[in-house]
Design a protein around this ligand. Structure first.
Ligand SMILES: Nc1ncnc2c1ncn2[C@@H]1O[C@H](COP(=O)(O)OP(=O)(O)OP(=O)(O)O)[C@@H](O)[C@H]1O
Length: 238
């Protein structure tokens, strides 16, 4: 894939103290703006792979490059900068700061990333307006934006986490099982909003879930056991 946004090549990763590789992936590429559904059974390494894609973990060998930059070539501070510039992360537990308001949570990446602050400032009259734009894009009205995160429902927190991932239009959004706490209707509404917001931002999306029913909503489906040479025998239960 020419000019892939995300490129994995000959990646091998073992958790410290483990005698076995958790992941051994010859190649995986994601194009700019592409939406990828990553699935596989519990424990097969989906969250570990997301951490490697986002430069939170480094492989023992091989290359993981985002926007042409190999995470392994960066010192820790530069890695943190590249991550906040280029990656929006939606965690399973959302990881909002509880005493900040919804809007303050959404604006956090702009505090730490000049690139995202400038991108946000180009798009709206003020950062506040841009934060509200992404909250609105995730179906949250202005009344929610000034409420502390700990006073929001689970569904609202999840939408705030998505708006925070999207502000400043990072190249890549990764989402780790963000729909696992939702019923089917709310899951579908959330996915509709997230997919349209990623399209508007021009962000690629790598979305992890056990729930294969939502797979057709994505541009591409990737079975982790199918591409992981360390996962002998896992494919049968994927
Ligand atoms: N911090 C850690 N230290 C050591 N081993 C870990 C750590 N985190 C995960 N593992 C191990 O790595 C393997 C892959 O775990 P991971 O959480 O990536 O799987 P997963 O596919 O995301 O699972 P699930 O669908 O249940 O969330 C598991 O065997 C797990 O025990």
């Amino acid at each position: 894939m020419a000019g892939a946004l995300l490129e994995v090549k000959d990646l091998r990763f073992a958790w410290p103290g483990s005698a076995h590789d958790c992941l051994d992936i010859a190649a995986l590429q994601v194009a700019a703006g592409e939406t990828v559904f990553l699935h596989g059974p519990s424990g097969c390494g989906k969250s570990t792979l997301l951490s490697l894609l986002a430069g939170v973990l480094l492989p023992q060998s091989g290359r993981v490059a985002l926007d042409g930059v190999d995470w392994g070539d960066l010192r820790p501070a530069a890695r943190d900068r590249h991550r906040v510039d280029q990656v929006g992360y939606i965690f399973q537990q959302f990881n909002l700061l509880p005493y900040l308001t919804a809007l303050e949570n959404v604006l956090l990446p702009c505090r730490f990333s000049t690139r995202r602050r400038e991108a946000a400032a180009r798009s709206a009259r003020s950062l506040r307006a841009e934060g509200q734009h992404w909250l609105g894009g995730m179906g949250l009205d202005a009344a929610v934006s000034d409420r502390p995160a700990h006073m929001l429902s689970v569904g609202q927190q999840q939408r705030v986490a998505a708006a925070r991932a999207l502000i400043g239009r990072p190249g890549l959004v990764v989402a780790d099982e963000p729909t696992s706490a939702l019923d089917e209707d709310r899951r579908d509404v959330f996915l509709d909003l997230l997919l349209s917001a990623c399209a508007e931002a021009g962000s690629a999306l790598v979305f992890v879930s056990h729930d294969r029913r939502i797979a057709p909503r994505f541009g591409r489906q990737v079975s982790l056991p199918a591409i992981n040479r360390a996962a002998v025998g896992m494919q049968a239960v994927a």
